[in-house]
Design a protein around this ligand. Structure first.
Ligand SMILES: [Zn+2]
Ligand SMILES: [Zn+2]
Length: 445
């Protein structure tokens, strides 16, 4: 070996800009940074309070570093939970976040345009899901198999966000949740990104990778909570995009009966198209909703020596083996059929009560207020409750699996992505989401 001296190594490193020793190209341990700065892009920036707080702006990208990643947005779901901040509805958070210029939108899919020098998970050119739930792999929850509760999820306050771009007047712009999906570019961190190797159309991919689809498919099939068993009975309470994904997850998991419950007829019709075997309208059933589900899920006989069970009672009662709840509170009065409780607490309680003894209840929604349950029923009723942020989904393990369900034509994204809008039509379209006149909407950029 000739003259491989330290001096010579340093000289060679200097010849390529000094970067060779720290970031060898195409190494398994690191990649050289593809630096993009000064790039112009359009994004919806929210600031202040009240309607009109979200405006389309031309922005200039800041340099990235460390574990940051720039993703060119292909599509993002207009999540119902963002209606309050995008549209400036009453009840929006107050405080420093309202004074910051923030790109909303907590998820999306796209193509990696640039990576910081410390990024290992993806390469430039990869298609990725920027997940609503991060997965660092190292925090207390990630180490215990609960990546749905990754502690980085809570690091989204005003002091955690970093400026990713500037407005024309020099105002720094931040990405909500370290994602900022409502823009042509997303600037995020490695922890939020999942590579997905697929040729699926952008709208379908944005649908299956959305927070709501991931939560619904996670709640019904994730190994972290209680994946639905083949042959089991399942009830899905609430048939928005999350519940309709849970209906599909139940079908894919092999549930024998899938009872979909929603006040909106159009949503019940979609539920039947994507896998529900029966549907119920909570307004029509009223106080009998729980009893009705128990009747429907009774075994054909009540002969206990023959595998039967009684239809009623605290301990012997029938009910669905698995219940997935995805109702949640109304942010505004729907312009379609409203449910029996705008806080979302009643459907949550009914979900618990319609579960069979020994069964599992997986709750995923954002209700408001407090819940009260019969204490003895809660104490010894035999139901296991799983509070599933993102449906208990583990992003790096489960999102590629959900994309495989899309590619294998097992997951129907088109029936859920009932409206598709370009970037410029985003705010107007959010009203359709708010008033529940569409199942959801995908913005393409
Ligand atoms: Zn969401
Ligand atoms: Zn973590």
């Amino acid at each position: 070996m000739s003259k491989l001296s330290r001096r010579r190594l340093l000289k060679n490193a200097a010849a390529v800009g000094g970067a060779a020793l720290t970031a060898p190209a195409a190494s398994a341990l690191g990649q050289s940074a593809a630096v993009v700065t000064g790039r112009k892009f359009r994004g919806w920036v929210s600031r202040g309070t009240g309607s009109g707080r979200t405006k389309l702006e031309e922005l200039t990208l800041r340099p990235i570093s460390g574990r940051q990643i720039v993703v060119r947005t292909e599509g993002t779901n207009l999540c119902y939970s963002n209606t309050t901040t995008v549209l400036g509805l009453p009840g929006m958070f107050a405080g420093p976040l309202t004074r910051m210029a923030i790109i909303d939108g907590h998820g999306g899919v796209g193509v990696v345009e640039a990576i910081g020098p410390d990024v290992r998970r993806v390469q430039v050119g990869d298609r990725v899901c920027v997940s609503g739930t991060p997965q660092c792999g190292n925090c207390y929850q990630c180490l215990r198999g609960r990546a749905d509760m990754c502690q980085f999820l809570g690091r989204q306050g005003p002091n955690d966000l970093v400026p990713i771009a500037d407005m024309r007047d020099g105002t720094p712009v931040y990405a909500s949740s370290h994602i900022g999906g409502l823009a042509e570019l997303m600037v995020t961190f490695e922890e939020w990104v999942v590579p997905v190797f697929t040729k699926a159309p952008a709208v379908d991919l944005a649908m299956v990778c959305s927070c709501v689809s991931v939560a619904g498919l996670g709640a019904s099939t994730s190994q972290a909570l209680a994946s639905i068993a083949p042959g089991a009975t399942a009830a899905i309470v609430g048939c928005g995009p999350l519940g309709l994904s849970a209906v599909q997850g139940a079908r894919i998991a092999g549930a024998s009966r899938i009872i979909a419950i929603d006040p909106i007829k159009a949503r019940r019709d979609v539920a039947l198209n994507v896998g529900a075997t029966e549907v119920l309208d909570p307004n029509a059933e009223g106080d009998r909703l729980v009893a009705k589900v128990r009747e429907m899920t009774s075994t054909p006989n009540n002969r206990l020596w023959s595998g039967g069970r009684d239809a009623g009672g605290l301990l012997g009662g029938a009910g669905a083996d698995f219940v997935v709840e995805g109702a949640g509170a109304d942010r505004a009065k729907p312009r379609v059929e409203a449910g029996p409780d705008p806080t979302g607490v009643l459907p949550l309680r009914q979900a618990y009560e319609m579960c069979a003894p020994g069964g599992h209840v997986i709750t995923t929604s954002l209700p408001s207020g407090n819940i009260s349950l019969s204490a003895v029923f809660f104490s010894i009723g035999g139901r296991t409750h799983h509070a599933g942020q993102a449906g208990g989904a583990n992003p790096m393990r489960d999102i590629p699996r959900f994309v495989a369900l899309l590619d294998g034509r097992q997951y129907d994204a088109k029936s859920l992505a009932t409206r598709v809008v370009p970037l410029a039509g985003m705010v107007e379209e959010y009203e359709e989401v708010l008033y529940r006149t569409t199942i959801t909407a995908i913005m393409t950029a």
